[in-house]
Design a protein around this ligand. Structure first.
Ligand SMILES: [Zn+2]
Length: 390
């Protein structure tokens, strides 16, 4: 995998490209970017024919052990990997441990393995079973197994244990990875753990960077699950920034979570390169939100509100997405009120389109050195309070 830094703004905001990776070595990914969040290989509400029509869609999708740990035997039998199995061969796949839109119960990780919560309940994943799953999935990139069960209240001893376990998992994984023919084109991302303890974060970063990993995933903040949507990267900003500043410049840094538009800019300022689309899809799960970032009216429009029942204008002026080109706010309001499944489909199409265009704007701002102006614009639009009136 080749990571080329195109430009650096404000000493840490990176515009880069990634090529020569996985099954699509001839294509290039531009960062900052976000991966398509999927559940088991498909974006919620959208069939592959639908989401492939979304402009600016990166050819990188994300799957998690949450959805595959208990079905890996099927994929092992199939032998051709998750991309072909889910009819998404045009996409590269990144496999993470936990679904970013699902809360992970605390207190179940052990020295020998990590608890993954699938539909059927808890599954203990140790390194041998983890490698079997990766061999069945055949992802282009995968996140090494790690103990990220650390929060603000975790003791120093617990955090130290998390870092030690994660490094031990990584060593075992790298040794196994080299022996596996089916993973010969896959890249391993090392996970930086250490919770809220800066010394342990720095130790984790230094030790992980000393190993032959292709990129870095920042874990261990318990920042996943739908309830985490109100958190911002600012909450953990200083730790992330100090940690990232010790990592080598020539490898990508990834942090999955439900990050809103302002958090994405914060993350880029801290040196992150890769995010995912679980935030716009979370807005669609809520069934009443549309993301927007350039009308001066805040980040969301609540189309459930009765004020939209006779609003025959497009959802967002000047938006070129499938939904905005064909349907009015009043129609979406009607679909929401009658609990039609189509509401989720149309919401997802717009939200994904708009979020991906936002990343395009960020890349453009970095290239043209207008990142600070974009940040000022986004800050102005951040809603002070949520309008819950009817
Ligand atoms: Zn739209």
């Amino acid at each position: 995998m080749k990571f080329v830094l195109r430009c650096l703004r404000n000493s840490s905001c990176r515009r880069a490209s990634i090529s020569e990776c996985g099954r699509h070595g001839d294509k290039t990914l531009e960062t900052p970017m976000c991966m398509l969040y999927t559940r088991g290989g498909n974006a919620p509400y959208l069939g592959s024919d639908m989401f492939k029509k979304i402009q600016s869609l990166p050819f990188m999708a994300m799957v998690s052990l949450t959805h595959w740990a208990e079905h890996a035997d099927v994929l092992a039998e199939y032998q051709k990997g998750v991309a072909k199995f889910s009819s998404m061969e045009d996409f590269l796949f990144y496999c993470c441990t936990h679904d970013t839109a699902t809360e992970v119960p605390q207190g179940y990780n052990e020295k020998s393995g990590v608890a993954v919560w699938s539909r059927g309940g808890k599954i203990k994943v140790d390194v041998p079973s983890f490698m079997k799953i990766q061999e069945a999935l055949q992802p282009d990139w995968y996140q090494a197994l790690s103990d990220g069960d650390t929060s603000e209240t975790s003791s120093d001893k617990r955090v130290q244990k998390a870092v030690d376990r994660t490094l031990a998992f990584l060593d075992e994984i790298l040794a196994e990875h080299r022996k596996m023919e089916r993973l010969k084109n896959s890249e391993v991302f090392g996970v930086i753990e250490g919770g809220y303890n800066i010394e342990e974060r720095l130790r984790s970063a230094k030790e992980t960077a000393a190993r032959p990993v292709s990129g870095f995933t920042i874990g261990g903040f318990h920042n996943i699950g739908l309830k985490s949507g109100d958190r911002t990267i600012e909450d953990v900003g200083e730790i992330v920034k100090k940690t990232i500043s010790t990592l080598p410049e020539d490898k990508p840094r990834l942090m999955s979570s439900l990050w809103g538009p302002d958090s994405i800019l914060e993350g880029i300022e801290q040196g992150l390169d890769i995010f995912d689309t679980s935030y716009p899809l979370k807005m669609s799960f809520n069934h009443d939100k549309f993301i927007e970032h350039n009308s001066g009216a805040g980040f969301h429009i609540d189309l459930n509100h009765k004020r939209y029942c006779e609003d025959f204008g497009p959802v967002l002026e000047n938006c070129s997405c499938y939904t905005c080109q064909r349907f009015s706010r009043a129609y979406i309001n009607h679909l929401l009120n009658t609990s039609e499944l189509l509401a989720g489909v149309l919401l997802s199409l717009h939200n994904l389109h708009h979020y991906l265009e936002y990343f395009e704007s960020i890349r453009c701002a970095l290239s043209e050195d207008t990142f600070d102006e974009l940040k000022t614009l986004i800050k102005k639009q951040k809603p002070e309070t949520v309008d819950t009136s009817d």
